[in-house]
Design a protein around this ligand. Sequence first.
Ligand code: FMN
Length: 177
Amino acid sequence: MSKILILNGSPRKNGNTYNLALSFAKGAEKNNDVEIISIRDYNINPCVGCNRCFENDGNACVQNDDMNLIYEKMKEADIVVIASPVYFYGISAQLKALVDRFHTPMRNSFKTKKLGLLLVGAAKIPELFDSIITQYELVLKFFKLDDIGRVLVSGVRETSDLSENDSTRAYELGAKL
Ligand SMILES: Cc1cc2nc3c(=O)[nH]c(=O)nc-3n(C[C@H](O)[C@H](O)[C@H](O)COP(=O)(O)O)c2cc1C
């Protein structure tokens, strides 16, 4: 049994990202301990780039916000799943702010060995996810993490746009774990 942390980067309550993450979680929770963190429920500031965490006791960040809760969860999570809407060909600003806060030596205490990717976007163009996938693959390589897989859903704008087939793909990726 692995601990799986899903980081839902959409600010939209019960939106497409959340629903895709929920399907993934339902599949994964048969054999694993799964938690979905919706960033909209947390107060996480962007990194200010001061690098004080490299010197502070316990690598503490100068910002005392909800990122402290995420750091504690990262010390327990075997698998992290990045879930985001496409915002101008990137992940959401809210999720990017969280990811940037991993620029800390504290990350040496993170347990995570595997990453997954769940993305939704409104357009139907083939290159919709390219820039996010490039970033994702660079992160996998740099941190020597394994890829558990990806579910990429294009053509979804309204929450009713997510199809049964999209949800099944997410469920099945989760159920493989
Ligand atoms: C600020 C913003 C930027 C967006 N940029 C894109 C984009 O570049 N390409 C695209 O296909 N959809 C874009 N969208 C649409 C969302 O990706 C899409 O509606 C998605 O289903 C929203 O997911 P959610 O329900 O989880 O929030 C954007 C939406 C917002 C609010």
